[in-house]
Design a binder for this molecule. Structure first.
Ligand code: AIR
Length: 171
């Protein structure tokens, strides 16, 4: 039997999915069960509310919302649940993601969204942050978080020739 998802990733459009690959890969790397959905806060508000209620009942602990343009999806998620919400602003329009960043980060007091960076870097960090939240109640996952931090800490390259080779891949 597949484990019940602990993280729900929701994006506003199928056009957002290419930016989110790193989020799914990173959740897999931690061994965190996740599910993904495409539900626009503006186009399908009623479906979003129904989905959140159902996901909570199924045991989802952390919600990740990703959207571009006027990216209200993470904020609306935070209005629908008391569980942690991480918002990924995406570059989907003329403003290069700054529009989405402001929409995600400028939440009113009492309705928090943890905003990460614009685009694929933020998508990866959303997964890392979800892992750290879940690790508070999961010693095995806490070990995996520590192991990845140790891997990063060991990656310093001292006295390199900057003209040598391509940059190394980041987690
Ligand atoms: N979006 C969809 N509903 C509300 C918003 N803000 C976002 C999507 C996508 C962008 O609008 O998250 O980044 C363009 O969506 P589409 O479907 O036109 O490609």
């Amino acid at each position: 039997m597949t484990p019940a998802p602990l993280v729900a990733v929701i994006c506003g459009s199928r056009s957002d999915l290419p930016a989110l690959g790193g989020c799914f890969d990173t959740l897999d790397r931690y061994g965190i069960a996740w599910e993904a959905s495409v539900i626009s806060a503006h186009r399908q508000p009623a479906a979003l509310a129904t989905y959140v209620r159902d996901a909570e009942a199924r045991g989802v602990r952390v919600f990740v919302g990703a959207a571009g343009m006027a990216a209200h999806l993470p904020g609306v998620l935070a209005s629908l649940t008391a569980r942690p919400v991480i918002g990924i602003p995406l570059d989907a329009g003329a403003l290069g993601g700054a529009d989405a960043l402001y929409s995600v980060v400028q939440m009113p007091p009492g309705v928090p969204v943890a905003a990460v960076a614009i685009g694929s870097a933020g998508a990866r960090n959303a997964a890392h942050l979800a892992a750290r939240i879940l690790a508070l109640g999961d010693p095995g996952l806490a070990e995996r978080v520590s192991a990845l931090r140790a891997e990063l800490a060991g990656g310093a390259e001292v006295r390199i020739d900057p003209r040598d080779g391509p940059p190394t891949a980041r987690p």
